[in-house]
Design a protein around this ligand. Structure first.
Ligand code: AMP
Ligand code: MG
Length: 346
């Protein structure tokens, strides 16, 4: 029981290394059978981190994300799709707000998926998700995702009836088939440069109760409460089963699940930022190299601009800082890769 708690003692020197090891403990091994209640502890927190150190780590990761997101945009070959799943009050919105706080808003798109519209129901079940995928160079966040199709739809079979499926498509075996179709779709995306990152915020039933009460009792939090949240809570065990099945069937080599202990918000945020940072470090996007022809063009343009300098103005005010800037960038990169040691591949 609680395997990650047992293994987390085996941490080594640098924090980046610790995080890389730690992420492996959050990852669901492809093919493994998951029973949430037995395998993952929502209240878990790594021994090597307290809240204060955690906050500074989150700041570092946020900075790193901003840097890598720019490079992802520069390279423009890969997109990253972050699928965020959780029960109500697990902290999806807050996690997105904190983790993406340093990233250029132009490079990130958040899509929230609600009850499907009539038009959406009139299409195949992956249609609406496919329409909102990130482009190359972008990070796309799905706040709820195509996994609702094997979660809420599984817990409430009447939702499947509303999907107007042909008889043969809704009979026995529909969930196994959906798992396979989702795995195939994610493999297709991965093969075509869209990295799929899957995160489940694992909240305990007691912590959900407390957070619902906070929403009910504190005026500032009241808007977040909806009566349907309390209704869904009655299906807690069904959801736990649906999540366990989903994790067992859709954690793949190309798109594994990460189960994040969510009872402590600050710790969950660090985990999510670490998983995202780890993914980007592995992708290692680079700014495109300037071709010799482009370099010639640039030299020509620069000479023209320098020649246009008015009397008394610096011909090129950035000349000195340009070489200093290069040095700084090299050092920064070395910090992420060498000093922190590149997290190893799974
Ligand atoms: P919220 O994210 O709290 O604003 O709520 C969105 C609601 O939409 C939740 O109650 C979800 O269960 C519901 N929802 C999301 N996706 C689907 C889906 N594919 N089918 C039915 N309900 C969904
Ligand atoms: Mg809600």
């Amino acid at each position: 029981m609680l395997g990650n708690r047992r293994k987390a003692g085996a941490v080594t020197d640098t924090s980046a290394e610790r995080i890389a090891e730690f992420i492996e403990l959050l990852r669901v091994n492809p093919g493994s059978e998951v029973t949430l209640a037995n395998d993952f502890d929502p209240a878990y927190k790594a021994d090597f981190l307290n809240k204060k150190a955690g906050k500074s780590l989150l700041r570092q990761d946020v900075e790193l994300l901003a840097d890598y997101q720019e490079r992802l945009a520069g390279q423009d070959t890969h997109g990253v799709l972050v699928c965020l799943q959780a029960l109500d009050a697990a902290g999806k919105d807050g996690t997105i707000r904190h983790v993406m706080s340093g990233v250029n808003p132009q490079g990130v798109h958040v899509n929230s998926f609600k009850v499907p519209s009539a038009e959406e129901l009139n299409h195949d079940f992956l249609w609406r998700y496919a329409q909102r995928l990130p482009a190359r160079g972008e990070i796309g966040i799905f706040n709820r995702s195509h996994y609702e199709e094997v979660l809420v739809v599984r817990v409430h079979p009447e939702l499947l009836d509303r999907q107007q499926l042909p008889k043969a498509a809704k009979g026995k075996g529909v969930w196994k088939r959906r798992y396979r179709e989702i795995n195939d779709w994610e493999r297709y995306l991965t093969d075509n440069g869209i990295k799929v990152l899957k995160i489940f915020l694992n909240l305990s039933k007691e912590e959900q109760r407390v957070r619902f009460l906070r929403r009910l009792d504190l005026p500032d939090h009241n808007w977040k409460f909806s009566a349907s949240d309390a209704r869904e809570r009655r299906y807690w065990d069904d959801y736990q089963r649906a999540f366990s099945e989903m994790l067992s069937n859709t954690s793949t080599e190309w798109a594994p699940w990460h189960v994040i202990p969510a009872d402590r918000k600050w710790f969950a945020r660090i985990c999510v930022s670490a998983v995202l940072a780890h993914t980007l470090i592995e992708l290692d996007p680079r700014y495109p190299k300037v071709s010799p022809a482009q370099q010639r063009e640039e030299r020509k343009a620069k000479a023209e601009l320098i020649a246009q300098a008015p009397e008394g103005a610096a011909a090129d005010p950035f000349h000195a800082s340009a070489s200093a800037g290069k040095e700084k960038a090299v050092k920064k990169h070395a910090k992420h890769t060498k000093n922190g040691k590149r997290p190893r591949k799974s």
